[in-house]
Design a protein around this ligand. Structure first.
Ligand code: HEM
Length: 184
């Protein structure tokens, strides 16, 4: 009898743990961040960070802050799983076409976004997921010629220095040297 009560208690604990785990894993990233109020506050800080960031502030000097903040709120919400927010702006390729945006500018914007999120208490797991989303649109925003030139030069240097693959130690060192010396 004692054994079956113990078993029942253990089963109840396992059930309650598994159901609470199921509930937390079902929450969207948007919900885990804190929903509309939190995301609007984060977007406000993203705008402030961009406006103070010497690498990108000139890009937004002539922008309408109300419009840009609304678009960034909508895309942030939709990309993180909000079911009640629709993005009404341009796709990322069209929105940034012809701006000749560099990798440095892209990284600066990513830094501003993550800093705003962290300042609002977003945890590391959620920061990682936000970073992955931002990284996924990089190719549509950064000038593709800059990326392609960098990769082509790194690749030709790599193949002329040895016939191995990137996985071998010496090639890793070649690529590291080329990136550090900005000679690729
Ligand atoms: C990191 C990912 C980025 C996302 C998710 C993003 C998102 C957006 C969105 C939603 C818009 C509004 C689109 C519309 O007008 O319909 C926009 C516009 C714009 N973005 Fe980005 N952006 C990113 C990176 C960048 C970078 C790296 C720069 C350059 C530093 C940049 C500069 C601009 C500018 C200048 C506008 C036009 C603002 C205006 O209409 O006045 N963005 N972006």
């Amino acid at each position: 009898m004692r054994l079956s009560i113990t078993t029942a208690i253990l089963a109840a604990i396992v059930l309650s743990l598994s159901s609470s785990l199921a509930i937390s894993s079902e929450k969207s990233l948007y919900e885990r961040i804190g929903g509309e109020k939190k995301v609007r506050a984060i977007v406000e800080d993203i705008w402030n960070n961009h406006s103070a960031n010497p690498i990108v502030k000139d890009r937004f000097a002539k922008s309408n802050p109300v419009y840009v903040k609304q678009m960034v709120f909508e895309i942030f919400a939709a990309a993180t799983g909000a079911t009640d927010v629709k993005y009404h702006g341009k796709d990322m390729k069209t929105a940034h076409a012809g701006m000749n945006i560099s990798e440095m500018e892209f990284n600066a914007v990513v830094d501003d976004v993550l800093a705003a999120c962290a300042a609002h208490g977003v945890e590391q797991q959620e920061l990682n997921e936000i970073l992955a989303i931002l990284w996924s649109v990089r190719k549509d925003i950064v000038n593709s010629h800059i990326i392609t030139d960098t990769l082509v030069k790194a690749d030709s240097q790599q193949s002329s220095s040895s016939s191995g693959s990137y996985a071998s130690g010496s090639d890793d060192q070649d690529l590291e040297h080329c990136l550090k010396s900005h000679d690729c």
